[in-house]
Design a protein around this ligand. Structure first.
Ligand SMILES: Nc1ncnc2c1ncn2[C@@H]1O[C@H](COP(=O)(O)OP(=O)(O)OP(=O)(O)O)[C@@H](O)[C@H]1O
Ligand SMILES: Nc1ccn([C@H]2C[C@H](O)[C@@H](COP(=O)(O)O)O2)c(=O)n1
Length: 228
């Protein structure tokens, strides 16, 4: 609860590899809040388009497919599973084929309209408060969130983190594609390269995960239940 009795919403945006998912999960666990990874929803929509072999350049067809889909989203930060029409896709959405294709679905404005509405409904239904991360959370999905953060890190640090995570399974070109090219495509439809007015910039380049989680929890302190 915030001081005014509203549920706490923490909104975190940022480029690929800045640490949004790890940080948002950590903040949610520490503050006892729900957690929503909106990137996982775009990935799940992409998994569906690939699974159904829909031509992704046919934007209307893709958006119709996604509109009919039932997303099962677990908001527990310790598990955070996601299912599409009853199929658990939590692991499958991290496959390189989905990472390579996801921007083509995330830049489909009809899909965005649909998923933003679903994200707003999930936020409205969260009774204990929620940490939400993505690319347009501070600006479009939850611009009224009490805590709004743009999490950034130098491109070299972001590429190195992704490379360490993926190991030998991908080439250096694949890693650069997953970070730099994806950001360039995604930033055509969402404003996550500059902080909007009222958004706090947190730079994780030289700050460890625990430190970044701590900084955001400090920003949330005035609104956290213990402060009421
Ligand atoms: N502050 C940090 N310092 C060092 N490494 C970090 C930090 N935060 C996250 N990481 C590591 O960086 C990698 C990318 O983190 P994460 O997946 O949370 O980023 P992201 O911004 O959600 O990326 P994407 O948008 O591409 O999904 C992970 O391996 C994670 O453990
Ligand atoms: N609110 C959001 C969340 C994500 N996206 C896009 C950007 C990425 O290419 C893709 C997957 O996100 P990730 O799992 O890497 O965080 O979805 C977006 O456009 N808006």
């Amino acid at each position: 609860m915030s001081g005014s009795g509203e549920r706490l919403v923490v909104a975190i945006d940022g480029p690929s590899g800045s640490g949004k998912s790890s940080t948002a999960r950590g903040v949610a666990e520490r503050l006892g809040l729900d957690y929503l990874d909106t990137g996982a929803m775009y990935r799940a929509a992409t998994w569906l388009a690939l699974h159904e072999q829909v031509d992704r350049t046919d934007r209307h067809r893709v958006s119709e497919l996604v509109a009919r889909a039932r997303f099962g989203i677990d908001l527990d930060p310790r598990t955070a599973t996601i299912a599409v029409d009853g199929v658990d896709v939590t692991t499958a959405i991290r496959e390189p084929a989905v990472s390579a294709a996801v921007s083509s679905v995330a830049t489909n404005l009809e899909v965005r309209h649909d998923l933003v509405a679903r994200q707003q409904a999930l936020i409205a239904d969260s009774s204990r408060g929620i940490v939400v991360e993505g690319r347009d959370i501070t600006t479009v999905v939850a611009p009224d969130a009490q805590v709004r953060v743009l999490l950034v890190a130098d491109p070299a640090a972001r590429v190195a983190r992704r490379r360490a995570e993926l190991g030998e399974t991908v080439t250096a070109d694949d890693v650069t594609d997953q970070v730099i090219r994806r950001d360039a495509d995604d930033s055509t439809v969402a404003a996550f390269t500059e902080a909007a007015p009222g958004v706090t910039v947190v730079d994780s380049t030289h700050a460890g995960l625990d430190e970044v989680i701590g900084r955001i929890c400090t920003l949330a302190e005035p609104y956290a239940p213990s402060a009421t």
